[in-house]
Design a protein around this ligand. Structure first.
Ligand SMILES: [Mg+2]
Length: 130
């Protein structure tokens, strides 16, 4: 179901894989979400501060500042701590999933995902938040 709100929800994707960002962008823009992409943790934090996204999709495995560090930085900054974060990873390790939820992730999306799964999860997150 496409969002009908006048105000479009803004989603920031932080992932070092350009193809993943492009793919998610196509899927979510088609659902009328506004999508911003960041190719590194540091860039992601910058965009989170500047763009005030409604949701962040955060890859765990990234060179440099990885997803866990990004999550910690977002949560310790007053200006970004309330932005919900869903972890995005190809790891299917259950322990990682638990850690993600303990660190305060609102959801955990495992790559590869189908467009339908991504849309369903993102819509559900916004449903929970409103
Ligand atoms: Mg990665």
């Amino acid at each position: 179901m496409k969002q009908k709100d006048e105000k479009l929800k803004k989603i920031l994707i932080i992932d070092d894989d350009e193809d993943i960002i492009s793919l998610i962008r196509i899927i979510l823009e088609n659902e009328n979400y506004t999508v911003i992409g960041a190719l590194s943790g540091d860039e992601g934090i910058k965009y989170a501060l500047k763009e005030k996204p409604d949701l962040i999709l955060l890859d765990i495995m990234m060179p440099g500042t990885d997803g866990w560090e990004v999550m910690k930085m977002l949560h310790t900054d007053e200006k970004t701590r309330k932005i919900p974060v869903a972890m995005l990873t190809c790891k299917t390790d259950v322990r990682d999933k638990l850690t993600g939820l303990q660190e305060g992730a609102i959801d955990y999306i495992t790559k590869p995902f189908s467009p339908e799964e991504l849309i369903t999860r993102v819509n559900k997150i916004f449903k929970i938040l409103t």
